[in-house]
Design a protein around this ligand. Structure first.
Ligand SMILES: [Zn+2]
Length: 506
């Protein structure tokens, strides 16, 4: 294969990438979209099949009502307009994992259209930083062209059986599993924006509960369309499609690679071939797979075995009633309700379960902000280090609330809380149990040791004392910090404040 000419930063900056994404999510119905076979993942190959999903002559599809409801719910969460009537269509192509020789999909009359996702251009920074502060990044709207229903194809197996070196095996358990295909507008202008879009999309779908979005099991799959054009140019460049990349990080890398490849070819006077490419994550490169079929090659026509799909106003209203509060709205509300930062809100809404648990704890606690800090610094940190899920935590949210209240009232110090959490994780016991077992420890309210430290500090820092007495009250923070340091974090901050103010104002 031809090597790609190296492209300098200056040359890269001349071009603007244009990215659109097609995401397939498997819907969590128990049975397939057009038959009653199970959708269970991991069953022995070709055990969940019947004449309908095997495409045997004379077998007729019957639409699964739940699949429609899940797709409509997803479309509503993505702010799409639901079409009262949509049409199933046959997409004809030949492939070993498609026994019927066509896939039932939707074409010119999809289930839903005109949605969008707001991405936060600083989203990554916020999610990665619990102390992200209150400044929120700029929002950008990424359009969603359409969401339609279709059936999944089977799977070709190239490994895991005796003659895998020379043969390909077919597993048709996946044939007919319901999919929602979500097609974005070509609105993204960098791999980072594509990454943010996918992260938000997955988060929203997970909140609705219509898919588990498990990329390893293939229940969320993404194809990316990418082209570049000179900045200021209106027309799109020729696009390539990168298919079936199995993590968001790899999609970002594949796009970065494609952008450089396109620009390298254009700069050296070449032409981009419109084609489908595969990403090899070990090499960090994409390889041409096949030239892109034009849409008419699929010879779409309305599926004669299915009626038009009618989702009337009444049905839409019923489905809308099960739409949960979505992550973005939830973050906004939580920031207002609990006085937490955007960074806190991002971290605490990662999953609906975490957000639910945090809120139940925050509502009971004296200081919700403290609960937000404890969950992130003491709980999630320990769970991550041990590779545990939230549900497996020895310390429950009730335990977090109880411990937060004890710190709040000054009964225990932050350092004591850390030690008690360590014990809880060591013994697999909840906070109240450990706290009782340790004899309800309390931090000392004996001020004599603190007073001694304060006297020494005041003697050693006459300039700061003078500033404080001249009215610069913020200097108190300096002294508090010094005392906390001297006490190795053991001192009760409230007590330290009291002692210092007394001394400084003498
Ligand atoms: Zn079946």
């Amino acid at each position: 294969m031809a090597t790609i000419p190296a492209v300098s930063e200056d040359v890269l900056a001349k071009y603007e990438p244009v990215i659109g994404l097609e995401v397939h999510v498997q819907l969590l119905t128990e049975s397939k979209i057009f038959c009653s076979c199970s959708t269970r993942f991991g069953d022995p190959p070709n055990t969940n099949v019947c004449p309908v999903c095997l495409g045997l002559p004379g077998a007729l599809p019957v639409l699964n009502r739940k699949a429609v409801e899940f797709a409509v719910l997803a479309a509503m969460a993505l702010q799409c307009r639901i079409n009262a009537v949509s049409i199933f269509a046959r997409k004809n192509y030949f492939y070993p994992d498609l026994p019927k020789g066509y896939q039932i999909s939707q074409y010119d009359k999809p289930l839903a259209e005109f949605g969008f996702i707001d991405i936060d251009l600083r989203g990554n920074e916020l999610a990665g930083n619990a102390n992200g502060g209150n400044q929120r990044g700029q929002k950008k709207k990424i359009g969603i062209t359409r969401l339609h229903l279709e059936e999944d194809a089977g799977k070709s197996l190239h490994e895991g059986f005796a003659d895998a070196a020379t043969k390909t095996a077919i597993d048709l358990n996946r044939t007919g599993v319901p999919l929602a295909e979500i097609v974005s507008e070509p609105d993204m202008r960098s791999p980072e924006e594509a990454y943010q879009y996918l992260t938000r999309l997955k988060e929203i779908i997970l909140y609705t509960g219509v898919s588990d979005c498990n990329m390893e099991e293939g229940s969320l799959r993404c194809d990316a369309n990418i082209s570049v054009r000179l900045r200021g140019q209106k027309e799109f460049g020729t696009k390539t499609e990168v298919k079936n990349v199995n993590s968001f990080r790899f999609i970002k890398q594949a796009l970065e690679y494609e952008i450089e490849r396109h620009i390298g070819i254009l700069e050296s006077g070449g032409k981009i071939a419109q084609e489908t490419r595969l990403y090899n994550s070990h090499e960090g490169k994409t390889y041409g797979m096949r030239s892109k079929e034009q849409a008419h090659d699929y010879r779409y026509f309305p599926e004669p075995d299915l009626l038009p799909l009618a989702v009337d106003e009444k049905w839409q209203t019923a489905i809308r009633a099960s739409l949960p509060e979505l992550p973005e709205a939830r973050r906004e509300r939580m920031m207002k309700e609990y006085g937490i930062t955007a960074g806190d809100a991002h971290a605490l809404t990662m999953t609906r379960a975490l957000a639910d648990q945090f809120e139940s704890a925050a509502r009971r606690a004296k200081n919700p902000k403290r609960v937000a800090n404890l969950v992130q610094s003491e709980l999630l940190g320990r769970l991550k280090a041990l590779g545990l899920e939230l549900e497996q935590s020895p310390i429950s949210m009730e335990g977090v609330t109880a411990s937060a209240d004890l710190v709040e009232s000054g009964a225990i110090s932050g350092k004591m809380l850390k030690d008690l959490y360590d014990l809880g994780f060591e013994r697999g016991q909840d906070f109240p149990v450990v706290y009782e077992a340790e004899g309800r420890p309390e931090q000392s309210r004996d001020t004599s040791a603190l007073e001694k430290i304060a006297d020494e500090l005041i003697a050693a820092n006459p300039k700061q004392v003078e500033q404080y007495r001249a009215g610069k009250k913020t200097v108190l923070g300096f002294f508090v910090g010094q005392v906390m340091k001297a006490s190795k974090g053991q001192a009760n901050p409230q007590l330290v404040n009291e002692v210092l103010m007394k001394k400084l104002e003498q």
